[in-house]
Design a protein around this ligand. Structure first.
Ligand SMILES: [Mn+2]
Length: 435
C-alpha cells in the first residue's frame, strides 16, 4: 500500500496502518500472527454467506465473489484484526466445486488483507467437510470451529492490552450434540447452548484466575429471542423450541450471531450481522451490512455499522407485460433481479422470455389477472343455474359454444350424475367393493 493511499483513507486508518507496518506477507507469518500487537482489537462481524446459494434457480456465485471482495476491502481499509463468521459459510452440506473455489478465494483475500478469520459451521454446513484440515488452516490464520468438543478451546489473539479469547460454537442440533455436551436430558436449543456457554464461562474464569484480564468473544449460530427472521432462513425448529434467550450469553464481551439474515441488535453486545446479500425478494428493502467492533482494554465495545455494496438490486414490478416491457418508469430496474406480477386479463404467451428481453435478470413471475367489476365468486355465479347451463357456459369460456350433439351428451351426463347418490354412507366405499 503506498503512503498516499493510506493518508487518503483518513487519520484513523493512518494510525492503524502504521501499526501494521513491518508485518511480513501471509506466507511467512503462520502462527506467529496471533501474537501481533495492535492498539484496540478491531473485529469485523459477518455471517450467513451461504456460498453456492441460488436465487430462483439463478447462480449467485459472481455476486458472492464480489461481496467477499468488499469484505476484504473493509478489512484492508479499516485495518481489521479479526473477521468472525458464525455459520452458514456454505448453503449446503456438499457445496459445488465452484462454491468451494469462491469461498476459499474469499478466505484468502480477507487473510491477505490482514485479518485472522474465525468461522463456525451453521445449520447449512457440514461440520466435518467445512472443518477438514482445520488444524492446518489454523496455522495460516483461518480458524474453523466445527467440533462441539472444542467449544471451550478458544483461539487467542493478542493486542496491546492482552488476550482476547475467541470461542466458536458450531451450530448445535440438540438431538446430535447433547451426548457430546454431556447433557443427556437436553431437549431444546437453549439447553445445549447453555451447556456450551457454561464450558466457555468456565474457561474464561480459568484464564482470569491468575489475575490476567482476558476478554472474550463468542460466535454462535442460533435463533435468539427478539430476533427477526426474513424468510430466507431455514427453520431449525425440529421437534422443539428453536429460540434461545439472550441471557444464555451472559459473561462475554461480544456475541457474534449467525442464522438470521438481516443485521440486528439483540442488545449492544449481542448482534446479528445478517447475510451479505439478500436471499429473498422480501429482503429487497434491506441494506446489508457487517458490524465493526472495537474492543478496548476493559472489554468495552464501540460498534460501527459497515454498509455492504448492493451487488444487484431486487425489484418486484407490477403491470401488464406490455407495460413492463415498454414503460419508461421501469427503466431503472433493468439491471436488477426482477420478480414480475403480470396483470394482463389473459395470461400472456412466452411471458418470461419477453420479460427477459428487457430485464435480463428477471427470475420469477406470476400472473394476477384483474378482478373485473361485477365479478362474483364461483359459488355466486352458479347459484340458481341448472347443471347444463353451468357446463355449457364453462365450455363457452374455455373453448367455444357446444354443438347440438355435444349439448345432448351434456344433458345425458348431467341426468346420470344427478341419479347417483350424493354421498357414500357405508363404512366401506362402493368402489373398493371388489371380489
Ligand atoms: Mn443462514
Amino acid at each position: 500500500m503506498v503512503m498516499a493511499e493510506i493518508v487518503q483513507r483518513g487519520t484513523d486508518t493512518f494510525r492503524r496502518a502504521r501499526i501494521r507496518c513491518g508485518e511480513t506477507p501471509l506466507g511467512d507469518r503462520g502462527l506467529s500472527e496471533v501474537s501481533v500487537s495492535v492498539a484496540d482489537m478491531r473485529i469485523l462481524h459477518t455471517s450467513d454467506w451461504h456460498i453456492g446459494r441460488t436465487f430462483h434457480g439463478v447462480d449467485l456465485l459472481a455476486d458472492q465473489r464480489s461481496v467477499l471482495d468488499a469484505l476484504a476491502a473493509l478489512v484492508a481499509d479499516h485495518a481489521v484484526d479479526v473477521v468472525v463468521v458464525p455459520g452458514d459459510i456454505y448453503d449446503r452440506a456438499i457445496p459445488s466445486a465452484d462454491a468451494v473455489r469462491v469461498c476459499n478465494r474469499g478466505f484468502e483475500k480477507i487473510r491477505a488483507a490482514g485479518a485472522v478469520i474465525v468461522a463456525t459451521s451453521g445449520n447449512h454446513d457440514s461440520p466435518a467437510r467445512l472443518g477438514a484440515g482445520s488444524s492446518f488452516s489454523a496455522a495460516g490464520g483461518l480458524h474453523l470451529f466445527t467440533t462441539v468438543s472444542d467449544v471451550a478451546e478458544p483461539v487467542i489473539v493478542e493486542d496491546a492490552h492482552g488476550s482476547v479469547a475467541f470461542y466458536g460454537i458450531p451450530y448445535l442440533e440438540p438431538e446430535t450434540t447433547r451426548a457430546e455436551l454431556d447433557v443427556p436430558n437436553a431437549r431444546s436449543h437453549a439447553d445445549v447452548l447453555r451447556a456450551a456457554m457454561s464450558r466457555i464461562r468456565g474457561d474464561v474464569a480459568r484464564r482470569r484466575s491468575d489475575g490476567s484480564s482476558v476478554r472474550s468473544v463468542v460466535l454462535a449460530h442460533a435463533f435468539v429471542v427478539g430476533g427477526e427472521s426474513t424468510g430466507s432462513e431455514r427453520s431449525i425448529a425440529v421437534g422443539g423450541v428453536e429460540t434461545v434467550p439472550a441471557s444464555e450469553f451472559s459473561g462475554v464481551d461480544y456475541v457474534a450471531l449467525g442464522h438470521l439474515h438481516s443485521p440486528q441488535t439483540i442488545d449492544d453486545r449481542i448482534r446479528y450481522s445478517g447475510s451479505p446479500l439478500p436471499y429473498s425478494f422480501g429482503e429487497r428493502s434491506h441494506r446489508k451490512a457487517a458490524w465493526m467492533i472495537d474492543l478496548d482494554a476493559t472489554g468495552n465495545i464501540d460498534v460501527t455499522r459497515m454498509e455492504l455494496p448492493l451487488v444487484r438490486g431486487l425489484s418486484v414490478l407490477t403491470g401488464s407485460l406490455d407495460e413492463l416491457c415498454t414503460a419508461a418508469e421501469f427503466e431503472e430496474h433493468v439491471s436488477n433481479y426482477v420478480s414480475a406480477v403480470l396483470t394482463d386479463p389473459v395470461r400472456p404467451v412466452d411471458a418470461m422470455r419477453r420479460l427477459q428481453d428487457r430485464f435480463p435478470h428477471a427470475v420469477h413471475l406470476e400472473w394476477q389477472p384483474p378482478v373485473r367489476s361485477g365479478d362474483a365468486g364461483y359459488r355466486e355465479k352458479v347459484v340458481g343455474r341448472s347443471d347444463l347451463e353451468v357446463m355449457t357456459s364453462f365450455l363457452s369460456d374455455v373453448r367455444s359454444d357446444p354443438t347440438a350433439s355435444e349439448t345432448t351428451l351434456l344433458e345425458r351426463a348431467a341426468r346420470s350424475a344427478a341419479a347417483e347418490p350424493e354421498t357414500v354412507t357405508t363404512d366401506e366405499p362402493r368402489w373398493e367393493r371388489t371380489a
